[in-house]
Design a binder for this molecule. Structure first.
Ligand SMILES: [Zn+2]
Length: 84
């Protein structure tokens, strides 16, 4: 799992896979997926680390760098179960 950002292209993501983008400056958190990444042509050929490098926080006046994390759907369902 270590180098998934350099091993996976956007086109390798499943349609339901979500990624978290967290701003290193203001901690703004946004979720992205294949559809939202591919709003610009040619992006599905990019590796995920290239998407991460290009991403900038959209908060007003911030433009901080974003850190990408994969949202593990099995962990999320386990987490919800633990709360119930
Ligand atoms: Zn920010």
């Amino acid at each position: 799992m270590g180098n998934w950002k350099t091993n996976y292209r956007v086109s390798d993501l499943s349609d339901t896979q979500k990624l978290e983008m967290i701003c290193k400056k203001c901690s703004r958190l946004v979720y992205i997926n294949k559809a939202t990444i591919c709003t610009a042509k040619g992006r599905e050929q990019l590796y995920l680390d290239e998407i991460e490098k290009r991403a900038r926080c959209k908060a007003r006046g911030c433009k901080g760098q974003m850190r990408m994390a994969m949202v593990r759907q099995d962990e999320m369902s386990g987490f919800t179960g633990g709360l119930a």
